[in-house]
Ligand binder design. Structure first.
Ligand code: VGL
Length: 212
């Protein structure tokens, strides 16, 4: 497919060690550490490159413990289920996976899930109700971006929600499957269906892209 580089951004969604086998005690996604070359390939077709990073405090109310396993519900307006602690700033899990640019070489960074009682998935809003902007939509619009190419971790959570938020904001959204990895087969299939139904364009690889 053709994309206009001047009006295209590349979005690296949570490509952090905490979602890879590099950090087995966090939320390891199979193959998550292998996506850097594919994110770099899609970025060649974009003028602007943005990244989101989970930045969680170890005091988060949604963390698992002996009585409360993964996926068990947790009370609060901006939390839903429990997860192993992951992506704590200052630890390996927070850092971008090997092979990506340094954070300072991106054009815009979203840090999300910073408050102990907020665990958003999509990178465009801090809350689960999609009202409190992280600023990335405004940044992209300010830069006259019309198309956003997305990849990252995990397909069935943060990638899915970010893609749906970008679609709602009016962008043409391309999901580069080679640059995504997900947590579970069933939820990955659901996520791909939902993104496509809402208008996302799914491509197998950045080799399907050309600039005009
Ligand atoms: C994610 C589960 C919990 C993700 C983050 O980045 O997809 N998934 N926290």
């Amino acid at each position: 497919m053709k994309v206009n580089k001047a009006k295209t951004a590349s979005f690296d969604i949570d490509p952090q060690n905490g979602f890879t086998p590099v950090c087995p005690d966090e939320l390891p996604v199979e193959g998550g550490h292998q996506i850097a070359p594919f994110l770099n390939a899609q970025a060649e077709f974009a003028r602007i490159r943005v990244v989101s990073q989970d930045a969680h405090t170890p005091h988060s109310i949604w963390k698992t413990d002996d009585e409360n396993p993964s996926f068990s519900p947790v009370d609060g307006q901006n939390v839903d289920i429990r997860w192993n602690m992951h992506c704590v700033p200052g630890t390996k899990g927070f850092e971008l996976i090997d092979g990506l640019p340094k954070p300072t070489d991106y054009d815009f960074i979203v840090y999300k899930g910073v408050a102990p009682d907020m665990h958003p998935y999509g990178a465009c809003y801090h809350d689960l109700g999609d009202t409190l902007s992280t600023g990335v939509i405004e940044y992209l619009k300010q830069n006259e971006i019309e198309t956003v190419i997305c990849g990252g971790l995990a397909t069935d959570y943060c990638v899915k929600l970010t893609v749906l938020q970008l679609l709602k904001a009016g962008f043409e959204v391309v999901v580069n499957l080679e640059a995504c990895r997900g947590i579970a087969e069933e939820t990955i299939t659901q996520a791909l269906n939902e993104m496509a139904t809402q208008g996302a364009i799914l491509i197998q690889s950045a080799t399907e892209l050309t600039n005009n």
